[in-house]
Design a protein around this ligand. Structure first.
Ligand code: SF4
Length: 315
């Protein structure tokens, strides 16, 4: 059973574009986020850990070049990989002194097999100076640069409850200016926030479609130790959705999503030792298979409920 038959997968997109498999090389830096350091808020989003969204990477004490070389050696051996995308993964990578940001980007271009750079950040931390600089690098080095933007929910009341420090408006603004410069955007969404319901899931797919977002990365809601969300969970203040509801929500999201949007992932995971709740103690790939199985059984596909925003005319 091929995933591509049911939704537009990232691996299929990459293989089509580069004519071979391409692998991401995560880089984790000793940086922070304005939602954690007191600029916007202290403590960050209620689900965010001290690791800032990445658990399995190299140490932050290693240089950009060292991390890339180490990950490249490992992935090349394991998968016989020949092309790579450098992925600046943790915290807010454009929330750096601008000179340090430029150095970070230039340091990552260590060889011709680096065909792209992905930069994780917040919608309110992408400024015109970043975009101008990155456009120049993209042209000079003939690589593709794209952004991974956290949004998590399109419900602005939920965004306040999870302490994002921005609302939907900042995301729309960021996607407009990033697109003006021609960069692709991958949006991160959490499926299963206790403050969201079915309508929020559908609206999320519709809003990303209407903004012509190019890619999406879905996350199941896992609960990392030491977070505000963990406290709320242990105090019994929130209820987690069950696995079946998660599967239904993911399918609902996909069915309302434009068929051109590439789906990088259906759910994430976090190491057991770091979490108090993760994926109903089921492997991520089993849940992914259950999603595909259910889509197959019901003849569902990405975009089969997508409204193409054609408007309504009087008959
Ligand atoms: S914006 Fe990202 S890095 Fe900052 S607190 Fe939220 S999840 Fe963590």
């Amino acid at each position: 059973m091929l995933e591509e038959e049911f939704y537009r997968t990232y691996s299929f997109y990459l293989k089509n574009k580069y004519k071979e498999k391409v692998y991401k090389l995560p880089v984790k830096l000793n940086i922070t986020c304005p939602n954690r350091d007191g600029t916007l808020a202290n403590g960050g989003c209620i689900f965010c850990s001290e690791e800032g969204g990445s658990f399995e990477n190299c140490s932050v004490n290693m240089s950009v070049k060292e991390q890339i070389l180490r990950n490249k050696t490992y992935i090349s051996k394991k998968y016989n990989a020949k092309k790579f995308i450098v992925y600046f993964q943790n915290f807010t990578n454009t929330y750096l002194d601008f000179e340090d940001f430029k150095k970070m980007i230039l340091d990552s271009l260590i060889s011709d097999d680096i065909v792209g750079i992905s930069i994780s950040t917040r919608p309110d931390c992408v400024l015109e100076k970043h975009l101008l600089f990155l456009k120049k690098i993209e042209k000079e080095k003939n690589i593709q640069i794209d952004f991974e933007l956290g949004l998590q929910s399109v419900n602005y009341r939920t965004l306040i409850k999870i302490n994002r420090g921005h609302t939907l408006a900042e995301f729309i603004h960021a996607s407009n200016i990033i697109h003006k410069f021609g960069f692709r955007i991958c949006t991160h969404m959490i499926i299963g926030l206790p403050f969201d319901d079915e309508l929020d899931i559908i609206e999320g797919a519709k809003i990303l479609s209407s903004l012509n977002i190019e890619e999406v990365k879905l996350h199941s809601l896992y609960i990392v130790k030491g977070t505000k969300l963990c406290q709320m969970y242990l105090n019994g203040e929130i209820n987690m959705i069950d696995k079946e509801t998660f599967i239904d929500y993911v399918i609902l999201f996909l069915r309302h999503l434009d068929k051109n949007i590439v789906v990088q992932r259906l759910l994430g995971r976090v190491p057991e030792e770091n979490s108090v709740f993760c994926n109903w103690n089921t492997s991520w790939w089993k849940i992914r298979d259950e999603i595909i199985e259910k889509m197959k059984k019901n003849n569902y596909k990405q975009a089969d409920l997508f409204n193409e925003f054609k408007g309504v005319e009087k008959k």
